[in-house]
Design a protein around this ligand. Structure first.
Ligand code: GRF
Length: 218
């Protein structure tokens, strides 16, 4: 069966991209990365893509001052030329316009380092610590025009531990991100995910009905 063609958008270190590269290295994985696109020429994610022999493109927003439509048209041209069917935002630090998102409705996903709808935006780990939550986590969701909003595909929860600072907590969440992004892509590529009334339904998934994360443990 043909593998779903992914376009991964990165602005930085690209560790989630790496998780997708590693997953797709298995020929049984139902998706492949057709293109890695960055708005920053020095993003380390581009280097990861090159090392894996994946096509890359750079579209710098700085080449389109005050012209978001032009910036996004240039990105669209690269994504279309590569035959991209699903766009995966992986630490892509530009807000996409409603037009870009609508053109690819339910074909753009994002990973966010919190249990949405809590802690949208930046500095999620600092804010989680400040709020004193005992459970934190990460979310893969379909992208909508509003930032960090959209039907949720997969979430993972991790405990907040005594002595955690933002770095320690971020590391724990990031390890979970690297598990759920390939999982979400796999479910979508297998055609098991549909959006109904702005909520996700997953066909034939195997929930761990006994899973409870208690923190602190009893
Ligand atoms: C991750 O924490 C992701 O959830 C957020 O940006 C960060 C990107 O990290 N959207 P990386 O570039 O994938 O290492």
């Amino acid at each position: 069966m043909a593998r779903l063609k992914l376009g991964v958008l990165v602005s930085g270190r690209g560790s989630n991209l790496q998780a997708l590269i590693d997953a797709a290295a298995d020929p049984a994985f139902p998706a492949e990365i057709a293109l890695v696109l960055s708005n920053k020429a020095d993003a380390y994610g581009l280097e990861r893509a090159r090392q894996a022999g994946i096509a890359t493109a750079v579209v710098s927003h700085r080449d389109f001052p005050g012209d978001k439509a032009g910036f996004e048209a240039a990105m669209d041209a690269h994504l279309d030329a590569a035959g991209v069917e699903l766009v995966c935002l992986a630490g892509f630090m530009r807000l996409l316009s409603p037009e870009f998102v609508e053109r690819r409705r339910d074909r753009v996903i994002n990973i966010h380092p919190s249990l949405l709808p809590s802690f949208k935006g930046l500095d999620t780990h600092e804010r989680a610590l400040q709020a004193g939550v005992r459970v934190h986590g990460c979310t893969v969701h379909y992208v909508r025009a509003e930032m960090d909003v959209g039907p949720i595909v997969v979430q993972a929860a991790v405990p907040v531990l005594p002595g955690d600072d933002a770095h320690a907590l971020a590391d724990r969440v990031l390890a979970a991100e690297h598990r759920i992004y390939p999982l979400a892509v796999r479910l979508i590529a297998e055609g098991r995910v549909r959006v109904e009334d702005e909520r996700v339904v997953v066909e034939g998934h195997a929930p761990d009905t006994a899973a409870v994360l208690l923190n602190p443990a009893p």
